[in-house]
Design a protein around this ligand. Sequence first.
Ligand code: CP3
Length: 370
Amino acid sequence: MDSITLPPTSPEPTPHRTGSRFVRACLRLPVDTTPVWFLRQAGRYMPEYMAVRKHHSLLDICRTPEIAAEVTITAAERLGVDAAIIFADLLLPFTPMGLDFEFLAGEGPVVHAPIRTAEQVRALRTDRVDELAYVSHSIERVAAHFSSPRPDGDQLGIIGFCGAPFTLASYMIEGSSSRNYIETKKLMYASSLAGSPESTAWPLLMEKLVTVLTAYAQQQVEAGADVIQVFDSWAGALSVTDYREYCLPATTELVQRIRSLGVPVIYFGVDTASLLPTMRQTGADVLGLDWRTPLDQGWQSIGSGHAVQGNLDPITLFAPPEVLRTRVAEILTQAAGRPGHIFNLGHGIVPGTPVENVIQVVKWVRELSK
Ligand code: CP3
């Protein structure tokens, strides 16, 4: 069992938007209805996004604040959700760090010269984070657009995000999405063998990522992000022992530095049932749950001192309405009206998802959680 106990985790409420039920739920304060938003709510399932995508590449959209803000706002308004996640990508910080990548159609992200040696890690730059200012400019636009309360009196929350050190390192080292994370784990394990040529690579990479991600998150908070979500999408590839030994220290450092900016942190990973009690030790205010663990069990394994976000299986959005409504109701029943539940999916919306089903879920969450 985990022996480290951290102090309770509510930071001072952010000065930005305590009039937001989403922000209030992150802080485990009472809310009128359960806040709801969706992972990858602006994406290829949405015709409005595809219309923009027809004329611009993914990276062009991310790097053009007018367009990124428009995509963010359109998705949030079309769905009627309680929070808008800024349109960006996990891999954007690679460019100022000196690592070139691109998105290949049908293949996802590709890093052309993946990191395999300590020398390559030493060459990574940490002093050019201001080149990511386009993301804060997008946030400023979204914050200005949503500056007034909505007709129901609630203020929409604005979510900034970054990757967690392990998940970003896995793309840097594997060079693309991966199944077994062999190269990543080789570099990780090499750090336990003092004197091996690459023993310094992993700790230095973790340290550099924490430096860059903290500065990047700070820009986003200063631009108006109410909450920062840290995506550790592939942490579930790790055993509890390896997670604790090679990832927890850097992730905790990142989470604590972001919290010290005065905003709540949501920490999310997939396939994390066995990792949750250890992920909690980062001190994140909210833990994102994937759909494989029943929400009440997941929450119990973390403890009531933390909020939770989740956790409908995204593929349920393809189910007939009766089934979909039942699954939504089950999650709300498991949350049992305790303060600190944010309704979401257990991972991102996939292409082909019927938009009207997503909108219907928002309506059901409001109706059933009142
Ligand atoms: O509303 C939103 O959530 C959109 C903003 C967003 C994107 N990427 C845009 C995007 C967010 C929050 C991300 C985060 C992200 N990026 C993650 C973590 C989230 C998760 O799913 O766990 C990861 C792992 C990445 C890296 C990445 N970006 C991959 C693996 C891919 C390919 C995915 C695929 O299905 O092809 C991307 C591309 C990407 N980023 C798309 C979008 C909307 C789809 C591709 C496109 O529009 O061309």
